[in-house]
Design a protein around this ligand. Structure first.
Ligand SMILES: *Cc1c(COP(=O)(O)O)cnc(C)c1O
Length: 402
């Protein structure tokens, strides 16, 4: 098969909303990826923070294989054992009392936003329908979530469809307290802005949002689609901020490479989604739940400690590269969600740098035009990191000489 298809077929047959790399990966293991020509790459992107335990993880594979022989899909007219186990684990290890499962981050956010609108309408009337979101936020690509996101390049054509969404500056509590009112029904916020440039929240910002939400009876939604499932060095980032949301959304790393989304909620919010008011066909299917159970089974304190050690290692490495080449102006991170912002001289060149990096055999991400983002597997070994940054340094030299 590898002979038969090439990158040109993408342009020929696929909707051009992506522009994939010129090479086609065909195989991967741990933090290594191989393309059609047998060239190897070290993966510091992890499929955009998804392959949280590396490619083809042996424990995940074993669990999936066992489930493969039992039950793939049964629909929500029946429950199943893997999903019950997953819900129980999430309830026992977080603030949440109830879980709703779906298939992606956007879908989890749709559920959270719908739920908060419905909750407000039920208890306070239809005038309480305003959503506060933040500039540079990313919440997904469905019609609703894209307008809640704070990136006009994704949403400008659709924004007029939903009038009651306001975008305020991130980490600016004053802006929120001046704006919030009894008409506000939800605040949705990423504890670390991911896609929009890797900006961790100030603890006082999230604490302040919690206070304001309590005061105005507003649902506080943490979008932990990217920061969740161990990415920041705890199961969810809120646990390090010591601020509990009312609703939390999870996806990406939760499935370790298998599509799954989840909305975690407190009891009183959960009760608003009464029979028939929300749903999904594939959500909570036994295959996805099985692999997520294995992922959660591997996320323990030892792994979280390892995430923090890897963060320290990578930040040190990036600081050394910064001293040597003066290409970055800011390094921002929480756990293994790491952003390196390019300095003025290299503004807008993040994509070019990731292209050089791939040519040198290391896969990295961008977070907007000026930030290189690293979201490797949480268990990437130090030997692989060492080799990855030797390759990344070669890419920096190429950028410097370009
Ligand atoms: C990726 C992401 C989403 C969207 O998730 P999908 O699975 O692509 O729908 C939502 N919020 C955040 C913070 C994300 O990083």
């Amino acid at each position: 098969m590898s002979e038969e298809y090439n990158r040109m077929d993408f342009d020929k047959y696929m909707v051009p909303c992506f522009s994939p790399a010129p090479f086609i990966p065909i195989r991967a293991k741990g933090s290594w990826v191989w393309d059609q020509n047998g060239k190897d790459y070290i993966d510091l992107a992890g499929g955009i923070a998804v392959n949280s335990l590396g490619h083809v993880n042996k424990y995940l594979k074993k669990a999936l294989k066992q489930q493969l022989d039992k039950l793939w899909h049964i629909g929500n007219g029946y429950t199943n054992e893997p999903v019950l186990q997953l819900a129980k684990t999430l309830v026992e290890s977080t603030f949440a009392d109830k879980i709703f499962f779906c298939n992606s981050g956007a879908e989890a956010n749709e559920a959270a936003l719908k739920l908060s609108l419905k909750y407000a309408a039920n208890f306070y009337g239809k005038k309480k329908n305003e959503i506060i979101a933040f500039n540079d936020a990313f919440h997904g690509r469905t019609l609703f979530t894209v307008t809640v996101g704070g990136q006009p390049q994704y949403s400008a054509e659709y924004i007029s469809l939903f009038a009651n969404i306001i975008h305020l500056p991130y980490n600016n509590l004053q802006a929120v307290s001046s704006h919030i009112s009894e008409h506000t029904c939800a605040i949705i916020v990423e504890p670390v802005i991911g896609e929009g440039g890797v900006y961790p929240a100030d603890p006082i910002f999230l604490q302040g949002l919690r206070r304001l939400c309590n005061h105005f009876n507003v649902a506080l939604i943490f979008d932990e689609v990217q920061t969740g499932a161990g990415r920041t060095g705890s199961l969810y980032a809120y646990q390090q901020y010591n601020v509990e949301p009312d609703i939390l959304t999870s996806a990406k790393g939760l499935g370790g490479g298998f599509p799954i989304g989840a909305m975690l909620v407190k009891e009183n919010w959960a009760q608003v989604f009464t029979l028939g008011t929300h749903g999904t066909t594939f959500g909570g299917n036994p295959m996805a739940a099985t692999v997520a159970n294995s992922v959660l089974g591997l996320l323990d304190n030892k792994l979280f400690e390892g995430v923090k050690q890897r963060n320290v290692w990578i930040i040190k490495k990036l600081s050394l590269l910064q001293e040597k080449y003066s290409i970055f102006k800011d390094l921002r991170s929480m756990g293994l969600l790491i952003g390196a912002e390019l300095s003025m001289h290299w503004k807008g060149k993040a994509k070019i740098l990731t292209n050089f990096a791939a040519e040198e055999g290391v896969i990295t991400l961008i977070a907007g035009p000026n930030v290189i983002r690293f979201t490797p597997a949480l268990n990437i070994c130090f030997r692989d990191l060492q080799e990855a940054f030797i390759r990344f340094e070669r890419a920096l030299i190429r950028l410097k000489n370009s």
